[in-house]
Write a protein that binds this ligand. Structure first.
Ligand code: MRU
Length: 348
């Protein structure tokens, strides 16, 4: 099952409800672009490539919903829906990238047709293509990246970069998955990934399906294992990569990469070219989403809220890892090595 997919019978976008995992595997339907925007905001669907694909299908839904009588009216409706979808989460550039790709394809088609239905079909076809391209890109990233994993490696992995974070297969976790399929013995130390626990809930659930041995660690434990020589590689994904190779990813990635660097352990970022934003020179320009403090304060211990009543919290959802801490960036086009400011723009 894909994480997000178009259901041709109901003509609705369907997606795995990632808020319910691992307790329940449920699929929900989105009927409108506004519902898709809300699903992205509340993290029913999450992970940079997955939200890009969901947003693209959101525009297909907007085209379907539109009552416009002519192409110009339809384009205006699509632009309005794109504004709502674009505002749903700010950090992952895949969201804007996918919206722009659908809008552009409809604009181009508009010059060749008078038919509103033709444009509706075009929006859906482009969204489908984005989803299919994502699956193909994931497979290629895995094929390139698998050479970086040795038999017997213990790998620290941050957040969830598996099939759930993309349309299918996975980025960083996809590389680990292919290494396992090729018979390499790997063991994953899964950062639980506070506060939303994408590691403990989603990565652990995926690794269980694939039969890959793992143990969950709290984010703060990674430094200990790296220092003791008990982890040989660090793998994570990206929500946006600046032109110089600085990587915005799930909060905690920076500290993990720092600890890896301090201990001479290679740190690999695996992400599709659609996560690279060449319009952003370095990581300081990447917008970092601040989420509700309740995500931090809601943690319970022994059935009760851990924080005292009245406590306040900060909740940046991402941080930026400077390029100097990265050993390589794996994309579907190949493995990019330093100097990233020179090599990354060439690759993508
Ligand atoms: O807040 P999330 O769960 O959407 O954040 C996801 C991540 O940070 C992932 O590591 C990133 O999107 C890469 S997923 C292939």
């Amino acid at each position: 099952m894909r994480t997000v997919f178009w259901d041709p019978d109901s003509r609705l976008l369907k997606m795995i409800d990632q808020r319910r995992l691992p307790a329940a595997l449920e699929v929900i339907a989105c009927r409108t672009a506004a519902e898709v925007a809300e699903a992205i905001r509340n993290m029913t669907v999450r992970g940079a490539p997955a939200i890009g694909a969901a947003a693209a299908f959101g525009l297909a839904l907007a085209a379907q919903e539109s009552r416009a009588a002519d192409p110009a009216g339809l384009l205006a409706d699509l632009e309005s829906a794109a504004r709502t979808l674009r505002a749903s989460r700010p950090t992952a550039v895949n969201l804007s990238w996918a919206l722009d790709r659908v809008l552009k394809s409809v604009f181009i088609r508009e010059s060749a047709t008078e038919s509103v239905d033709d444009l509706r079909r075009q929006a859906l076809a482009e969204a489908q293509q984005i989803a299919n391209d994502d699956v193909a890109a994931n497979r290629r990233m895995a094929e390139h990246g698998v050479a970086l994993i040795d038999d017997g490696d213990v790998i620290i992995h941050h957040c969830n970069t598996g099939a759930l974070a993309v349309v299918d297969w996975g980025t960083a976790l996809g590389v680990i998955r292919l290494a396992h399929e090729q018979g390499k013995h790997v063991h994953v130390l899964v950062d639980e990934t506070r506060p939303r626990l994408q590691g403990a809930r989603l990565t652990a659930w995926e690794l269980q399906q694939y039969g890959i041995p793992y143990e969950i660690i709290t984010d703060g434990m990674a430094g200990h294992f790296l220092q003791r020589g008990q982890a040989q590689k660090v793998f994570f994904g990206a929500d946006r990569i600046a032109a110089n190779g600085d990587v915005a990813n799930k909060v905690g990635t920076y500290m993990l990469a720092l600890a890896a660097h301090d201990n001479g352990v290679p740190a690999y970022c695996v992400a599709p070219a659609s996560s690279v934003d060449l319009s952003v020179e370095d990581g300081s320009e990447i917008p970092i989403e601040e989420r509700d403090e309740d995500e931090v304060l809601g943690i319970q211990l022994h059935g009760e809220r851990a924080a005292p009543a009245g406590a306040r919290a900060r909740n940046p959802a991402f941080d930026v890892t400077p390029n100097r801490l990265l050993t390589a960036i794996v994309t579907e086009k190949g493995i990019v090595r330093p100097p990233f400011d020179v090599n990354l723009p060439r690759f993508v």
